[in-house]
Ligand binder design. Structure first.
Ligand SMILES: Cc1cc2nc3c(=O)[nH]c(=O)nc-3n(C[C@H](O)[C@H](O)[C@H](O)COP(=O)(O)OP(=O)(O)OC[C@H]3O[C@@H](n4cnc5c(N)ncnc54)[C@H](O)[C@@H]3O)c2cc1C
Length: 415
């Protein structure tokens, strides 16, 4: 018995997955005259990730309009996305939402949000655009199997029903080995690159960070010795260890390497950004000249928050009552080391609640990115996180979903 007796038995195009990529694909296809389009979502609500994204504000895209610079924000998929961004990039995303009554604004770091600061605005816009374009959206309609037929594809639905379509667009999001959309793609012969998490924070238990949760340092350097990972930017101390943009970027670029190490490695923080030990030592000597009568713990370098500075001084063997004038050469050297090559043992990862994605998915070599179409099965398209592509934080993951969704939808509309 169908939970939805109005579901047609046949559609020209079926889109599987009601997230950002699925809606963009379905709308692009229907607006280009490729309908009827049915969008099938397994859960009871669509666009669930859009709702919680960006802390409920939805970081829709990033103000980066040069495709060659844009692709550098994708640890996986940058090369493949280059041509795709030449056809649909953040400028097009901005125009797309503006044409549908949703202006976006840019924050100082380049992230773009709806001016309402509400993800609900984006959801209403996508639902409205889908309705106007005639997309039939069906929830509680998970697809459990898909097979090729003479006329296209036949889908089996969770509740036992079937749907036939000429073109199939898979946008089922985060791939899980042997499950969901990844299993459907694998059933068509596609290779699924092993999924591992990206955009996570580092779990660290260290006296230098204890009770400092909430403290942030704006310009640090983050490295992982023994790898080429090397990022600069803000770092945030959390209850569990370290987070912030520079840590999240390190987790994204190192997603696979750090998974292979079972998330046990050393992270090296340069609290003074790119400054090396000699430069730090020079600044400490200057401080000793200028602040000789003051205690070291109470007269730190300006960019280091006072409580962190106290901990670093302590770790360098400088007691709370030691004055600058009384510091030894060894102590200054140890403090310079704490400031520039401050090593912490990482013993695991924690969830970054603001944004996380999965690296891995449908192997990119098997996809024609001009049409986001399978190279193995004509008429089968992919978009969004199901593909083995992912970006750093800042709106890049949604941009990949909009771009690939739009390309998949437009090409599925063609005869
Ligand atoms: C907490 C959080 C915050 C985020 N914030 C941001 C942000 O601000 N900016 C940004 O750029 N990125 C952000 N991201 C990442 C972004 O949400 C994803 O990259 C994006 O949602 C991927 O879109 P998608 O359509 O490919 O997949 P999804 O949004 O995951 O949608 C896939 C849909 O397919 C459905 N589905 C799965 N299997 C089946 C099936 N067999 N049959 C039918 N339906 C199925 C799922 O239920 C789901 O609704 C965030 C992620 C998280 C987790």
């Amino acid at each position: 018995m169908s939970p939805d007796s109005s579901l047609p038995q046949r559609a020209r195009v079926a889109v599987v997955g009601g997230g950002a990529a699925g809606f963009f694909a379905a709308i692009a296809c229907a607006e280009a005259g490729g309908g009827p389009v049915v969008l099938l979502e397994k859960s009871s609500t669509v666009l669930a990730k859009v709702r919680i994204s960006g802390g409920g504000r939805c970081n829709v895209t990033h103000a980066c309009f040069e495709p060659s610079q844009l692709v550098a924000r994708y640890p996986r998929g940058g090369r493949e996305l280059r041509g795709a961004f030449a056809r649909f990039q953040p400028r097009d995303t901005i125009a797309w939402f503006a044409e549908r009554g949703v202006p976006l604004k840019t924050e100082s770091d380049g992230r773009m949000f709806p001016v309402t600061d509400r993800s609900e605005t984006i959801i209403e816009c996508l639902l409205g655009a889908a309705r106007r374009a005639g997309v039939q959206v069906r929830t509680r309609c998970g697809v459990t199997a898909a097979e090729r037929t003479a006329g296209g594809f036949r889908l089996r639905l969770e509740w036992g029903g079937e749907l036939a379509c000429a073109r199939l667009v898979l946008t089922t999001g985060s791939p899980r080995a042997g499950q969901g959309g990844a299993a459907l793609a694998a059933g068509f012969g596609h290779r699924i690159v092993d999924p591992v998490p990206s955009l996570f924070t580092f779990s660290i238990t260290d006296p230098r960070l204890a009770d400092l949760a909430g403290l942030s340092v704006p310009a640090t350097r983050v490295r992982v010795p023994g790898t080429s990972l090397d990022e600069t930017g803000p770092v945030l101390v959390t209850h569990w260890g370290l987070s912030g943009p520079a840590i999240l970027r390190t987790s994204a670029w190192g997603a696979r390497e750090l998974a292979e190490r079972d998330y046990r490695f050393t992270v090296r923080i340069g609290w003074l950004g790119p400054a090396g030990r000699d430069e730090a030592l020079g600044r400490l000597r200057g401080q000793r000249e200028a602040e000789g009568r003051r205690v070291v713990a109470g007269a730190g370098l300006g960019e280091i928050p006072a409580r962190l500075w106290e901990r670093l001084a302590q770790a360098a063997g400088i007691g709370p009552d030691v004055r600058w004038s009384a510091t030894t050469r060894e102590q200054l050297q140890a403090l310079a080391e704490q400031l520039t090559t401050c090593d912490f043992p990482v013993h695991g990862k924690s969830l970054n609640k603001d944004e996380f994605v999965t690296c891995g998915g449908v192997a990119l070599k098997e996809v024609d990115f001009r049409r986001c179409e399978s190279r193995l099965v004509p008429g089968l398209h992919f978009a969004g996180e199901l593909l083995d592509l992912d970006g750093i934080t800042g709106g890049f993951n949604f941009q990949a979903a909009w771009t690939t969704g739009w390309l998949a939808g437009r090409s599925a509309a063609e005869d």
